[in-house]
Design a binder for this molecule. Structure first.
Ligand SMILES: Cc1cc2nc3c(=O)[nH]c(=O)nc-3n(C[C@H](O)[C@H](O)[C@H](O)COP(=O)(O)OP(=O)(O)OC[C@H]3O[C@@H](n4cnc5c(N)ncnc54)[C@H](O)[C@@H]3O)c2cc1C
Length: 457
């Protein structure tokens, strides 16, 4: 059987696309979703069961559907969760909300297109003689479709050092993937912990450690030593940012935004005004300026743009202030084992000085990897076969404004779309729900229009 649509992935992007396809496709259409995540639709982000792992976007902007902005807030009410649109819900509740939405659409089975969920990892893909693309699955099966929607997210970054020569006992205390929370049960109350990376993942892991009873010192090492800033409990209104009046250079844009921020009560009003026009601004920038932004401004962008909920910050910040947690700007050079501990050698930022820190645990919180297609064997294979190409900045897959992947020299008759952060080369701001949900709808609409004519009885 050849499916009309194959969705590949099992995180938010896949569930958003699938819900929109269920709403839009004719009953005759057949859809398959291939995903390797047991909690379909949750991905890394919404799988956490810890209540203090909160969304970093207020509930009023987390609806699955852009045209029904209150959908999530209303779901919270039906669950008697007393949060308003400006509050930050837990990520586990958000995962349940996604699941409920999908389940209610699937219940109306007679009115909807058919969807098959296939729990498997897609490992490769070949073009078939009839023009469809067939995906090979890890279990040896193969599944083919005429329209492919790739929703694979971006992988987690690997540790930037080689630890293969370390003894097994030392390696067992290096946590490569902190989202598998079982490692925390082995951490002693007073153990020294070194966390690599100072972003949102680091804050999540620090608060989880505290909840598990850890009270020892924590050193956080990152290249710039910058940690996310908080949202305001009472945010000021966003100010309008006129993209057309901004110059097409990063330094010129920064100058103008700084001026604008100085004229309002709080800089967040400018960041919030920039948010809805960021994709437009990105498109206006020449490639060299986009590259300059990634080289020089990205860490500052991240801490100002991707902020933490105020009460999460209120739990984290005292640990910095009382010295329990120290943030060090520097570059990790090496890890060795000594007396049952790990010795982490790093170079202090801006100096040639190298220092050692001794700790029991090293936790990799370097977060999402903007490593383009390199993190995924499937994407590498698709690129080798020239079904997709990497974008020039190496952020992901080259797509057009309709999220259609540009193939290499070879063009397959099946169309490939890419939804989520892998399309960052074209859109930049496409990692969070408020942006992905718009893209998911657009792609589902494009596919529905195509199928409306081809499936006409
Ligand atoms: C910890 C964390 C917290 C976040 N919090 C927020 C928030 O509060 N608000 C917000 O708007 N955004 C948040 N984000 C951003 C988040 O990335 C997006 O909201 C969204 O979850 C991205 O979903 P995705 O489906 O594109 O990617 P992912 O969630 O990464 O999903 C990709 C899926 O594809 C599957 N997959 C990969 N390769 C294959 C393969 N070969 N075959 C089959 N399946 C495969 C993976 O198992 C995974 O389930 C957060 C991100 C993280 C990591």
């Amino acid at each position: 059987m050849i499916y009309d649509v194959l969705v590949v992935g099992s995180g938010f992007s896949a569930i958003a696309v699938t819900c929109n396809l269920l709403e839009l496709l004719p009953r005759e259409a057949r859809v398959a979703v291939i995903g390797d995540d047991p909690g379909f639709g949750r991905g890394t982000a919404y799988r956490s069961e810890l209540y203090l792992h909160r969304l970093n976007v207020p509930a009023g902007r987390m609806s699955l559907f852009a045209d029904r902005p209150n959908d999530f807030s209303e779901w919270l009410k039906t669950r008697n969760i007393p949060l308003s649109t400006g509050d930050f819900a837990s990520r586990s509740d958000y995962g349940l909300y996604l699941r409920d939405n999908l389940a209610s659409l699937l219940r109306k089975r007679n009115e909807r297109c058919g969807v098959d969920f296939i729990r498997a990892k897609a490992t490769g893909c070949v073009e078939q003689y009839n023009g469809s693309l067939a995906f090979q699955l890890h279990n040896g099966d193969q599944i083919a479709g005429r329209n492919i929607i790739v929703c694979l997210g971006v992988g987690s970054a690997d540790l930037p050092i080689d630890t293969s020569a370390l003894p097994a006992s030392a390696k067992s205390r290096i946590v490569e993937n902190p989202w598998r929370l079982s490692w925390m049960n082995r951490v002693g109350r007073q153990d020294h912990v070194c966390i690599l990376g100072s972003g949102l993942t680091m804050i999540d892991q620090v608060l989880s450690l505290r909840t598990h009873g850890h009270r020892g010192p924590i050193i956080v090492l990152s290249r710039r030593g910058l940690a996310p800033l908080p949202h305001l409990a009472q945010p000021a209104p966003a100010v309008k940012v006129d993209v057309d009046s901004l110059p097409p250079s990063i330094s010129g844009i920064l100058r103008q935004l700084r001026r604008q921020a100085a004229s309002v009560l709080d800089w967040r009003s400018v960041m919030d005004g920039l948010r809805p026009v960021t994709q437009k601004l990105w498109k206006k920038l020449p490639l060299a300026e986009r590259s300059r932004f990634l080289r020089h401004a990205l860490p500052w962008w991240n801490i100002h743009r991707h902020r933490v909920a105020p009460d999460v910050f209120a739990m984290f910040d005292p640990l910095v202030k009382d010295g329990t947690l120290r943030i060090q700007a520097g570059y990790i050079k090496d890890v060795s084992a000594s007396d049952g501990d790990l010795v982490i050698r790093y170079r202090k930022r801006g100096t040639p000085v190298e220092e050692d820190v001794q700790c029991r645990w090293l936790i990799n919180c370097t977060g999402m990897e903007r490593a383009g297609i390199k993190h995924s064997p499937l994407l590498k294979e698709m690129a080798a076969q020239q079904f997709i190409t990497a974008d020039p900045l190496g952020l992901g897959v080259q797509v057009d404004d309709q999220s259609r992947a540009a193939g290499g020299a070879r063009t397959s008759r099946a169309e490939i779309f890419v939804v989520g952060a892998l399309a960052a080369g074209q859109f930049w701001e496409i990692t969070a729900v408020p942006d992905i949900r718009v893209q998911a709808r657009q792609v589902a609409e494009t596919v529905a229009q195509k199928l409306a004519t081809s499936l006409d009885p």
